[in-house]
Design a protein around this ligand. Sequence first.
Ligand SMILES: Cc1cc2nc3c(=O)[nH]c(=O)nc-3n(C[C@H](O)[C@H](O)[C@H](O)COP(=O)(O)OP(=O)(O)OC[C@H]3O[C@@H](n4cnc5c(N)ncnc54)[C@H](O)[C@@H]3O)c2cc1C
Length: 425
Amino acid sequence: MTNLTRRGFVKLAGGLAAVGVAAPRLAHAAAKSQVVVIGGGYGGAIAAKYIRMMDANIDVTLIEASLNYVSCPLSNPILIEKRDLAVQTWDVNSLQKHGIKVVIDMATDIDPVKKKVTTKSGKEYIYDRLVVSPGVDFKWGAIPGYDEAAAELMPHAWKAGPQTTKLRDKLKAMPDGEPFIIVAPPNPYRCPPGPYERASLVAYYLKQHKPKSKVIILDPKDKFSKQGLFTGGWQENGLNIEWVPGANGGKVASVDAKAGVVKTEMEEYKSSCVNVIPPMMAGEIAKKAGLTNESGFCPVDFTTFESTLHKDIHVIGDSCIAGAMPKSGYAANSQGKVVAAAIVALLNGKPVGEPSYVNTCYSLITPDYGISVAGIYKMDKVEGKDTIKEVKGGVSPAKASPAFRKQEALYAESWYQSIMADMFL
Ligand SMILES: Cc1cc2nc3c(=O)[nH]c(=O)nc-3n(C[C@H](O)[C@H](O)[C@H](O)COP(=O)(O)OP(=O)(O)OC[C@H]3O[C@@H](n4cnc5c(N)ncnc54)[C@H](O)[C@@H]3O)c2cc1C
C-alpha cells in the first residue's frame, strides 16, 4: 500500500465523489421507472436517496425491516460505556423527505423473472431495477455449538442494537481476573479492523475497571487489518491483549455457550464474557433469491454492481463481492452512489460512466487514540478477469504524537456525523 497524505486523499476523493454526487437532474416525461431498494443501511439508504436526487422522475421504494437503523460504526465504544445506543439510532422514515416511498417490512422473496419483491406482510412490489443491500447474516453452526440461542449467551454484537448492550452488560458484570474472549471471524467479513478495535477498547476499559483481566483474541487468521498500528497502539497504551493467530492454534473448534467454554484444537478457554463473531455470508434474502455463489456472497459486474446471476438486480454493500474493497460502511456508501448513477443512466438509455470508489475507516484504540486506513479503488483486470483494485491508499503513520492520534479520534466522530447526515438528513 502506498503512502497518501490526508490532503492528497481528500482532494482526490472529493473529485471522485463529485462524479457520483453532482450528476445532473434529468427531465423526461415518459412513464415513471420503478426502482425498489431492499435494506436501508449504509448502502441501500444512499442508493435510494441519490437515485431520487439525480432523477426525481424515478419512483423509488425502500423496503427496510426495521423502523430504526442502528449504526455499527462507532458501536464498539458503547461496550465500554463511552457512547449511547441513542446516538447510533436513525429514523428510516426520514428518507421520505426525498420522495422515497419507505416501507417498513421484511422482503421475503424476489422473483427475478416477474421482477417482483414480496414482503412478510404479503405485499408485492414490481421493479424495473432492484437494489439489494441487506448487509450480512451469520453462518449459524459453522462453529459447532454456536447458533442463534448461543448468541444470547455469547453475544456477537456484530449487528448493533440489543446484542451490543447485552455484551456491554456482560463485560460490566464480568469478575476481575476473568479474560474477555473474542472469537474473531475468518475472511471475508464485515469491517476488517472491527474485532481489533473492540479488543483495544475493551482492554482500555479493563485496565481501569478490572486490572487483573485481559483480552484474548482467538483468531483463525494469521494477520489482520492495520495490524502494525494496532499492536503499536496496544503497547503504547499498556493494553493487556493476547492475540492467538491461526498458526498458533487460534482457530476455534467448538463452543459451549452454557458452560462459557471455548475450545481450540490445542486449548480450552473459559469465561463468563465471550464474544463470538461468527463466519458471515450475504444477507439471507440475497441467498434465497439465488444471488450468491459458493462463497456465500454475491458476484457483480464492477461497473454497475448488477448481479452476474440475475439481470436488473444490483447488489451492493457487505453482501457483494467487490474485489479489494473491504466490507465497510464507507465502501457501501461509495457503491450506493455508483449504483445510483448507473441505474439513472440505464433507465434513461444513457451510457454508464467508469466508476471510482473510496473507503476510509477509522478505528479507536482508546477513546483518545485513533488510527485510519484510506483507499481509492478502480476497476481493473487481474489475470484477464475484471476486479476492483486499490489504486491509491495509505494508513496513519507508524509513529505519531498523542495530539495526532487524538485528532484522528476526533476525525472518527466527524466521519460518523457526516456519513449519517449523507444517509438520513
Ligand atoms: C462493530 C462494527 C464496527 C464497524 N465500524 C465501521 C467503521 O468504523 N467504518 C465503516 O465504514 N464501517 C464499519 N463497520 C461496517 C459497516 O457496519 C458495514 O460494512 C455496513 O453497515 C454495510 O452496509 P450495508 O448496507 O451492506 O448493510 P447494513 O448497513 O447492515 O444495512 C442492511 C439493512 O438491510 C436490512 N435488511 C436486511 N435484510 C432485509 C430484508 N430481507 N428486508 C428488508 N430489510 C432488510 C437490515 O435491517 C439493515 O438495516 C462496522 C461494523 C461493525 C460490526
